[in-house]
Ligand binder design. Structure first.
Ligand code: CO
Length: 206
């Protein structure tokens, strides 16, 4: 018996359904991808990029990691951004965080979590940068929510400060960077209104 048979069964069903509504769908997609969006989101299984925004395969280029972190030492993430901006010429980069993010929560605690603490260090930097704002929030849940938002805002700044994005703007390429947050409790996306569309609006890295 095939391992994980149910997943293969579901795959066949899904492919059939897609073909029913558009018989040439896979044929067309196999020739090229032409997405307009790059999604940088959390790996959390409850935050699936395509489904949340109702996009089909081929419509969104995706990079996900724990707590949607963008750091200049991460060759994986930078390669995705470079390919998306320079080859696919996507028009929008969306950094999407979510409330209740386990990565952000772990970074706010003092406990040790092993290897992952090296990654969470980047989120602790977000806290350090904004500690004056965070420390005065008494309510624990509100504090956590705000940290999830600030993490997105900081990662938007990090995206804007990559040489890839800066050079795209210098060349006059049309490109916007957005910061959004998703609620796993109601499935609703919110714009954090930190959109950057050109080099003159780039937030400084603190
Ligand atoms: Co998360």
């Amino acid at each position: 018996m095939r391992v994980l048979k149910n997943l293969f069964d579901q795959n066949r069903e899904w492919a059939e359904k897609v073909k029913e509504s558009d018989p040439d769908f896979f044929q067309k997609l196999s020739k090229q991808q032409n997405p307009e969006y790059l999604w940088i989101g959390c790996s959390d299984s409850r935050v699936p990029s395509n489904q949340i925004v109702g996009l089909l395969p081929g419509e969104i280029f995706v990079h996900r990691n724990i707590a949607n972190v963008v750091v200049p030492s991460d060759l994986n993430c930078l390669s995705v951004i470079q390919y998306a901006v320079e080859v696919l010429k996507i028009k929008h980069i969306i950094v999407c965080g979510h409330y209740g993010c386990g990565g952000v929560k772990a970074a706010m605690e003092k406990d040790e979590h092993g290897l992952i603490d090296n990654w969470l260090h980047h989120i602790r930097d977000v806290y350090r940068t904004h500690s004056a704002e965070i420390d005065v929030i008494e309510d624990k849940a509100l504090k956590f929510d705000r940290m999830c938002e600030l993490n997105v805002i900081e990662q938007v700044a990090n995206v804007c400060n990559t040489t890839i994005v800066r050079n795209a703007w210098k060349r006059g390429q049309e490109l916007s960077v957005h910061g959004w947050i998703y609620s796993i409790e109601n499935g609703i996306l919110q714009d954090l209104n930190v959109c950057v569309t050109g080099i003159e609006d780039v937030p400084e890295n603190k």
